[in-house]
Design a binder for this molecule. Structure first.
Ligand code: BGC
Length: 745
């Protein structure tokens, strides 16, 4: 009897289970393939629901489909930490108490680490912060090429070289998306200036487009499998890049077979028909169709809202384009909001601070170190003078959309004081110059008063008097995140240091031989006093752990290993965009569009410096260490290779100094093809290797595929350049002592 009851129970349970399995719609079945779930969900959606999911409902969110159980979709900036919440329909911060974050180093610093493993760690850590904050997409990373050192937003990007940016963006995207948070790689494409960013129409050769400006995006799509791409504000071929037939439909979705969403930059959509037909999938931040800048609750007036619906209802359009957009959005939902495999979120965990510190230490670049003045010798130093506003200024607030509300930010002066506490070394401070003392962005206010009304002469005199008594003078200067510096919306007007810093540095160098200039910026600055100071450190904007990271590098607890991700020109005449008079461009009649022709073509950064035989202030890939390395014995595994084959180069690297340290082995190829215009050399591979004193190791770098190709404009395709190549290997683009040759057949 007991057995009979048990059997009945089992049968009843089986019936219930199978009934509920039958009732579970396909789109909710986690085990079904995503494409089937997408089609099933699409078939159930009304026209209104479809229109709703392709445009914003608030400053940073778009709606899901409540009736079907799809949650709202939340985006947020990006790319250096999770931006504090803003009000639903206003740019002002919402004033939450749980949205302070870890500020990770700016992407220029990450790129300067030349360490793809750290890019993965960066993306993953940021993704965990995003998960905690309920964000489904981070608006980043940015991979626009540094073509012009005045660009206000270079600090958010990964330098001038397409290969370096590609190798760094892929693991960032993978790390971020491993947490179930979508990346939104931006700004696609040719957004290389901030000034007039809504009006610039870029004119560039197909070859430069494919070889210089697109590879990092292409890698993010094909290798990183990014789920999001953000269209840029500027125009290309007279069409805004948020709805651009050529870049979005033909290249991104056509050639590269991208299956994710194209998100407009905030306010980057301008036309309903183009938005529908030319590749845009999700519209954000529109200024409401001319109603008023930022008019509230005007989301229905978006180009892809009621105006789109009307065209369909009037029979002027089918839902063909709409369905493609919605498919992409649904795919995004299944990858993020509907995924049951998403990581748990952690905000401000110890691991995230550790990651921020490690990335900062790996990315700081020691540009100059005369007489090995650094690291500071703690056994000899008694008195260190710190000078400069950037030693006491928060840099996580400001700069535009990447501004953060950091849970903490250790300032450089505090970092040094903490490090030296109890050592008997005295740390003094002199302001030296007064720059921007405001420190506020979208309602996030830097908690510090920088007010100082003393005139420059007095500030310099005070610093000089103190410098006479000091063993070391560490100046924290450079730029900041104020308008017309390293900030969104404008470019710098010149390359000079602001706020009279040159005079300050000169004055200090006259009275102290151990002056160290730590330059805080995302861009190169002019340094007419370079030879007068002992050391120069490129410090970037490095976020929460800035002070700790600087102290560890200056004191030698960490050994610098960063390498410049861009060429540091002496002045603007060394930069192609300026030398050729192409920047900022030429206004068309009516002053609505400014044409900027990239006349230098593929000759950007070191490619231009090589071609012009101009010696930069500091070369691409340059960066010193506290130890020394010897690279030797370059050998190739073959001397002849087929177009679709690979060549492996091996070199021996030895740490010949007394400290553990890391070196970046860089491999460039020089193509001897005379039928095609070829740069003197191009970076084709690199590897960072950490070695103990005396240790040596073989480093192998394999190259092939695109490394042997160029974009053939006549064919409109990649072509292999046959013939001889010289392999150049070393530790900076201007320090490549090892050579070998091979032939591509
Ligand atoms: C910026 C984007 C940013 C967006 C949202 C735009 O102005 O160009 O990079 O993601 O605003 O804040």
């Amino acid at each position: 009897m007991k057995y009979f009851h048990f059997t009945l129970l089992v049968i009843a349970m089986a019936i219930v289970a199978s009934a509920s399995a039958q009732q579970l719609p396909l789109y909710l079945n986690d085990n079904a393939p995503i494409e089937q779930r997408v089609e099933d969900a699409l078939a159930r959606m009304t026209l209104d629901e479809k229109i709703a999911v392709i445009h914003a409902q608030s400053k940073f969110s778009s709606p899901g489909v409540k009736r079907l159980g799809f949650p709202d979709f939340w985006t947020d900036d990006g790319p250096h930490g999770v931006r504090p919440d803003v009000l639903w329909d206003e740019w002002e911060q919402a004033g939450q108490t749980n949205d302070s974050c870890v500020a990770f180093p700016a992407l220029t610093c990450l790129a300067a680490s030349w360490n793809p493993m750290l890019a993965e760690l960066y993306g993953r850590s940021l993704g965990e912060e995003a998960r905690y904050r309920g964000k489904d997409m981070i608006l980043g990373p940015g991979v626009n090429i540094n073509r012009n050192p005045l660009n206000g937003r270079n600090f958010e990007y990964m330098g001038e070289d397409p290969l370096l940016a590609s190798r760094m963006v892929v693991p960032y995207v993978q790390g971020l998306q491993s947490t179930g948070t979508a990346a939104c790689v931006k700004h696609f494409c040719l957004n290389n200036d901030e000034e007039y960013r809504h009006q610039v129409n870029v004119i560039v050769s197909d070859r430069a487009l494919r070889e210089i400006y697109l590879p990092a995006f292409e890698a993010a799509v094909k290798e990183g499998h990014t789920w999001g791409i953000m269209g840029s504000y500027n125009l290309y071929k007279d069409q805004h890049c948020c709805h651009n037939e050529y870049t979005l439909n033909q290249i991104l979705k056509g050639d590269w077979k991208y299956d994710g969403v194209v998100v407009s930059d905030w306010g980057g959509a301008h036309d309903t028909e183009q938005a529908i037909k030319s590749g845009l999938d999700m519209e954000f931040g529109s200024w409401t169709d001319g109603l008023a800048w930022g008019a509230s609750n005007a989301y229905d007036a978006y180009y892809m809202a009621l105006p789109y619906k009307k065209l369909i209802e009037e029979g002027k359009l089918t839902t063909r384009e709409l369905d493609d957009k919605v498919r992409r959005v649904l795919r995004l939902f299944f990858r993020t909001t509907m995924s049951d495999k998403r990581a748990r979120g952690f905000l401000c965990s110890e691991a995230h601070y550790d990651a921020a510190l490690k990335i900062a230490q790996d990315g700081i670049v020691l540009l100059q170190n005369k007489r090995n003045v650094l690291p500071i010798d703690a056994s000899k130093a008694k008195h260190i003078l710190v000078v400069g506003e950037n030693a006491i200024k928060m840099m996580t607030v400001g700069g535009g959309s990447s501004s953060l509300k950091a849970q903490h930010e250790i300032l450089p002066l505090d970092g040094l004081k903490t490090r030296l506490a109890g050592t008997g070394i005295e740390v003094d401070y002199a302001r030296g110059y007064v720059g921007d003392t405001t420190g506020e962005y979208n309602g996030v206010v830097a908690k510090q008063s920088l007010a100082d009304t003393r005139p420059a002469s007095e500030l310099i005199a005070e610093a000089v008097a103190k410098a006479r008594q000091a063993d070391y003078v560490i100046i924290f200067g450079g730029l900041n995140k104020s308008d017309y510096q390293d900030a969104e919306g404008h470019d710098r007007k010149h390359m000079d240091l602001p706020y009279g810093q040159d005079a300050l540095v000169e004055a200090l160098a006259r009275v102290n031989k151990n002056v160290v200039f730590v330059n805080i910026s995302g861009n190169a600055v002019a340094m007419p006093w370079r030879d007068k100071v002992a050391a120069i450190v490129q410090g970037w904007f490095i976020g929460s752990e800035a002070g700790t990271a600087f102290a560890s590098i200056l004191m030698g607890d960490a050994n610098p290993s960063g390498k410049l991700p861009f060429t540091w020109p002496v002045n603007l005449n060394d930069v192609a965009a300026h030398a050729l008079g192409t920047y900022p461009g030429t206004w068309r009649d009516g002053h609505k569009i400014i044409d900027e022709e990239y006349k230098e073509g593929i000759y950007v950064g070191y490619r231009w410096a090589d071609k012009q035989k101009r010696k930069p202030m500091f070369a691409f890939g340059h960066g010193l260490s506290y130890t020394t390395f010897a690279v030797s014995n370059l050998r190739l595994n073959r001397n002849e290779v087929a177009a679709d084959g690979t060549v492996t180069a091996t070199v021996t690297v030895k740490n010949t100094g007394k400290r553990a340290g890391a070196e970046v082995i860089q491999l460039y190829l020089s193509d001897h093809n005379t039928a095609v215009d070829m740069p003197v050399k191009e970076l084709r591979g690199f590897q960072k290797v950490t070695l103990e004193p005396g240790e040596s190791r073989d480093v192998t770098i394999t190259i092939g595929g695109r490394a042997f190709q160029y974009w053939d404009e006549a064919k409109g395709d990649w072509a292999t350049s046959l013939g001889k190549r010289t392999v150049l290997v070393g530790t900076a683009s201007d320090n490549l002592p090892l050579k070998a040759t091979f032939t591509v057949q």
